[in-house]
Design a protein around this ligand. Structure first.
Ligand code: ASP
Length: 589
């Protein structure tokens, strides 16, 4: 395609076949070298780098003299002839490395202050400084590459959805507070003092309403807003590829999504296995201690409950004899060689996953055993643990005892921690579905039931009569898309019956009045012939982060916020004028 531009070629495309042609390039002065009367400049644009040569003997030396004054990061336009680089100066690592442009004229398009950090991929500049000057940070080829991967993936997924007859419909950003589990961002209304919009946590309810409308297959590359404490893979605003379908069952949605995802991943050179593996929620929890397991490595959880039923070690026998409680262990191979002080520190790590303490056995390489608990073990118990965890010298076995889910979660957290600490190899990408999540979870602190996914999820039909009597045993039609140990997406079938929706909300602690105030519009709509429906949302930022091999979603967002929610470039959030506050009837306390 003929692109309109000041240049004839990008800085990434000249090759041997272009030798002899006259070209015009634009870009930034990246590196500049004075060499025995010649000046070399690496010219960089978003497509790549081309070497420019300025020769005092060429074209009366005008371009050469101009080149003596140019500095790093000035944008320039040059015209010259493509020629072969002398053989010993060719750069095989660079796609344009066999050629250079002998410049006959140069136009300086602007000057630049010296950047606060080098525009280089390998740099140890603090991220705060990079975020303060994000526009310069994005000049680095690595960041430009990340944005390109994101663009290619998003475009491919849009194409696949369009080909699947999904219709993109935009939904409002100023909406109503409809909690999906996180805190809302709220926006005061000027025209209705004391009233607030909320920014959507996702387009969940709106997409369900579009199904009631008959849109049948919807998607949107949608911004979502959640006022949560931030972590490396969380941001207050993030992007989902949001999908909803009607007149479908769970398998239809999952199979359709597999097709779409496999086309999108293929566009960035990643193969998605088909059909995608499905692991039921409880199997994932019991085996990996996580509902988003990374299955590229082992270090599985072993159930040793039966071993300790008669144990003298009360912490274990106590749990082993209680209904719903377990004793489990995990073998971190290699960590048994760690010094005692390093092993002791693992207790603090376990506490971050909810443990009260950490019981462990270090099997030393000389055959000895180091452990604060084995003195309570019988020979049979010790032998059974060794057999279950396939112990060899150099192994560290860690335990959790207590309620099934929290024990799984503690060891699941330790599994990931130890894999990182021991640098366990994880090659390629790992994709799977986790299915069959429970409908409800119980929060010990608030003594309330919450929705495992969200309150609009369809409970398993056969379990409906236990919503009131035994909520934790109620299943749901849900699925999470897991990539490399991260929840990269998720979805489920939805309640399409107003009475059932009210019943579930009641179970979640809503009285009729509050349910109507918050979700009345949804239940009203469901009563007008809502079709069976289900959908999915892909966490675009997280997927792109994994595709780019990065460990922070900030690296795949053009203008992300810091962990305290600030934009360092514009200094948002910032104060507003008293007049602005008055207009929205607010006073800052
Ligand atoms: N709205 C859900 C979420 O953000 C995804 C879905 O159920 O489609 O997690």
């Amino acid at each position: 395609m003929d692109l309109h531009s000041l240049h004839t070629h990008t800085a990434g495309e000249l090759r041997r076949g272009d030798i002899g042609t006259t070209v015009t390039l634009t870009g930034w002065v990246w590196r500049r070298r004075d060499h025995g009367g010649l000046i070399f400049v690496d010219l960089r644009d978003r497509a790549g780098v081309t070497q420019l040569t300025f020769d005092p003997e060429h074209s009366g030396g005008v371009a050469f003299h101009a080149a003596e004054t140019i500095r790093t990061e000035w944008p320039i336009l040059v015209t010259g002839t493509v020629r072969e680089r002398p053989e010993d100066t060719a750069n095989p690592k660079l796609p344009t490395g066999e050629v250079e442009v002998l410049v006959s004229s140069i136009e300086v398009l602007n000057h630049s202050k010296t950047p606060p950090f080098p525009i280089e991929d390998d740099l140890d500049t603090a991220e705060d400084v990079r975020l303060r000057y994000r526009y310069l940070d994005i000049r680095r080829p690595l960041m430009m590459h990340n944005l390109k991967v994101r663009n290619d993936f998003t475009f491919a997924i849009r194409q696949a959805l369009h080909a699947g007859e999904f219709m993109e419909v935009e939904t409002p950003i100023l909406f109503k507070s409809t909690p999906e589990g996180a805190r809302d961002f709220i926006v005061p209304s000027r025209t209705q003092p004391g009233h607030f919009y909320a920014l959507p946590q996702s387009p969940q309810l709106l997409k369900q309403l579009l199904m009631v409308s008959g849109v049948e297959r919807y998607y949107q590359v949608a911004k979502c807003f959640r006022d949560e404490d931030l972590r490396a893979d969380r941001q207050p605003e993030f992007t989902q590829v949001d999908v909803e379908m009607s007149f479908v069952d769970q398998d239809d949605v999952m199979e359709e999504m597999e097709q779409v995802l496999s086309a999108a991943f293929a566009a960035v050179g990643v193969e998605l296995p088909s059909p995608l593996r499905r692991i039921p929620f409880w199997e994932a929890m019991d085996t990996y201690g996580s509902d988003k397991p990374d299955t590229r490595y082992g270090m599985l959880l072993h159930d040793v409950t039966d071993v300790f039923k008669g144990s003298k070690f009360k912490v274990f026998s106590g749990a082993a004899n209680k209904d719903g409680q377990v004793v489990k262990c995990l073998n971190a191979k290699g960590a048994g060689k760690w010094p005692r002080a390093q092993i002791d520190k693992l207790e603090d790590v376990a506490k971050t996953f909810g443990a009260k303490g950490l019981a462990w056995i270090a099997f030393r390489e000389d055959g000895s055993v180091n452990s604060p608990i084995v003195k309570f073990f019988s020979d049979e118990e010790m032998a059974a643990v060794k057999a279950a965890a396939e112990v060899e010298p150099g192994d560290l076995v860690m335990f959790a005892a207590g309620p099934r889910r929290s024990s799984d979660e503690i060891l699941g957290g330790m599994r990931v921690h130890m894999a990182n600490a021991l640098d366990v190899p994880r090659e390629g990408h790992d994709f799977l579905w986790v299915v069959d999540f429970p409908m409800f979870k119980y929060d010990e602190e608030s003594k309330r039931y919450g929705a495992e996914h969200h309150p609009f999820t369809q409970p398993v039909v056969e379990d409906l009569d236990r919503i009131e009597s035994d909520p934790l045993s109620v299943g749901s039609y849900t699925y999470d898309f897991v990539m490399d140990g991260f929840e990269a997406g998720g979805g489920g079938m939805r309640i399409h019956n107003a009475d059932l929706q009210m019943r579930v909300l009641r179970r979640l602690g809503f009285d009729e009045e509050r349910a109507k105030a918050q979700f009345g519009f949804l239940m009203e709509a469901l009563a007008f012939g809502a079709p069976p429906m289900g959908g999915f949302a892909l966490g675009l930022d997280r997927v792109c982060m994994l595709l780019c091999g990065s460990d922070s979603i900030r690296d795949v967002m053009a203008f992300p916020k810091t962990s305290s929610g600030s934009d360092l470039m514009s200094a948002a959030p910032s104060e507003v004028s008293p007049r602005q506050l008055k207009e929205v009837s607010l006073r800052v306390m």
